[in-house]
Design a protein around this ligand. Structure first.
Ligand code: COA
Length: 334
């Protein structure tokens, strides 16, 4: 039997600080009603002064390792998806590697924004199937809150995002009796829309990368054409979901659980309706966490597993869309 990448443990972490829509009303002209109606979000988590991405990533990683019954030293590689790294370079994964007490385990960040976890999963899956590694930790981690314009100027973006991390341990499965593993991953991108959802500065294309003027213009905050993003998300997500199912050789009705990126509950409802996915096969947590970009899908996986909603032998379909544009879908036999 060919080697399959089996998820043997999942974990997540979010900061303790809960930021409700009512709290945001204090900082900007917005309302709980507007935010709920447009996005489904009720609250999100923000880091406190002393917390950073590596703190969240470490906690999620340790929980995933414990669930898998492994020690950090058992890992062959760490792949971490993020758009909000601990530092612009080297990213977050290197800080995580050090926190885990690892001295030379290879690690790197993947920059595929909200599709970052699925891109990282594809890389981990390839490492295992090629035989290069046996155990890969795949992480999604974001701290958005330190980079949001929490004034009325930035309200269209700031109310949507939250902080969090999720992790999954992938292990090589070559047991012919055990069907668990990644069955397919399909990745797509469309760079012509890179500026529809992006963070312009600091940027190495700018000379210099950052100036007071850029700061005054707020170019260090994310910019988004919301309606444009929405339209593309609801088209691309069903497309790639069906493509991944076909590549896995499974029927839509056979899937037990559909987990979508958590950018907007309305996007997910739209996608679910267009594919006629029954509500009992869907899980969302954006109501509690907002959009945690690359962390959203592994956070959902960890919650679903912890709550018994995702069990061994079940089929799970994962789908994401985000900045880049990037979009992706995977099918796993749990
Ligand atoms: N509170 C109150 N009003 C707000 C607001 C806020 N937080 N943000 C924007 N508004 C206002 C706008 O200024 C606009 O006012 P105007 O009509 O007077 O100009 C009005 O609300 C409507 O804004 P609009 O942008 O048309 O709303 P929308 O229906 O497109 O919803 C989003 C906005 C962002 C919720 C929606 O476009 C969306 O979810 N897009 C996709 C986002 C996404 O998925 N991003 C991440 C991908 S990974």
């Amino acid at each position: 039997m060919n080697v399959r990448a089996k998820v043997t443990g999942t974990g997540m972490d979010v900061p303790d600080r809960v930021v409700t829509n009512a709290e945001l009303e204090k900082y900007m002209e917005t309302s709980d009603e507007w935010i709920r109606q447009r996005s489904g979000i009720e609250e999100r988590r923000w880091v406190t002064e002393e917390q950073g991405p590596a703190d969240l990533a470490e906690a999620a990683a340790r929980r995933a390792l414990e669930a898998a019954g492994l020690e950090p030293g058992d890992l062959d590689c760490i792949v971490l998806g993020t758009l909000s790294p601990e530092a612009d370079f080297p990213g977050t994964s290197f800080f995580l590697q050090d926190r885990l007490g690892l001295s030379e385990t290879p690690c790197f960040d993947v920059r595929a924004q909200c599709s970052g976890f699925l891109y990282s999963l594809a890389i981990g899956d390839s490492f295992l199937r090629s035989g290069q590694y046996r155990r890969v930790l795949v992480v999604g981690c974001e701290v958005h809150s330190t980079g949001l314009d929490v004034s009325t100027r930035g309200r269209d973006v700031a109310v949507l995002f939250g902080d969090g991390a999720g992790a999954a341990v992938l292990e090589a499965n070559d047991d012919p009796e055990d069907p668990s593993g990644v069955l397919s991953v399909r990745l797509h991108a469309q760079g012509k829309y890179a500026r529809k959802l992006w963070l312009e500065a600091p940027g190495s294309a700018l000379h210099p990368r950052f100036t007071q003027e850029m700061y005054d213009q707020g170019l260090h905050f994310p910019q988004m054409e919301g309606k444009f993003v929405f339209k593309h998300a609801v088209t691309r997500m069903p497309e790639v979901l069906l493509e991944a199912l076909e590549a896995a050789g499974v029927k839509q009705d056979d899937v037990d659980l559909f987990l979508f990126h958590q950018a907007n509950l309305r996007i997910n409802e739209y996608v679910a309706n267009s594919l006629e996915i029954p509500p009992e096969k869907l899980r969302n947590n954006i109501q509690r966490y907002g959009n945690c970009s690359a962390a959203a899908i592994p956070m959902l996986l960890a919650e679903a597993e912890a709550e018994g909603a995702l069990r061994r032998g079940q089929l799970v379909s994962l789908t994401a869309f985000g900045s880049g544009f990037s979009w992706a879908s995977a099918v796993l036999r749990w």
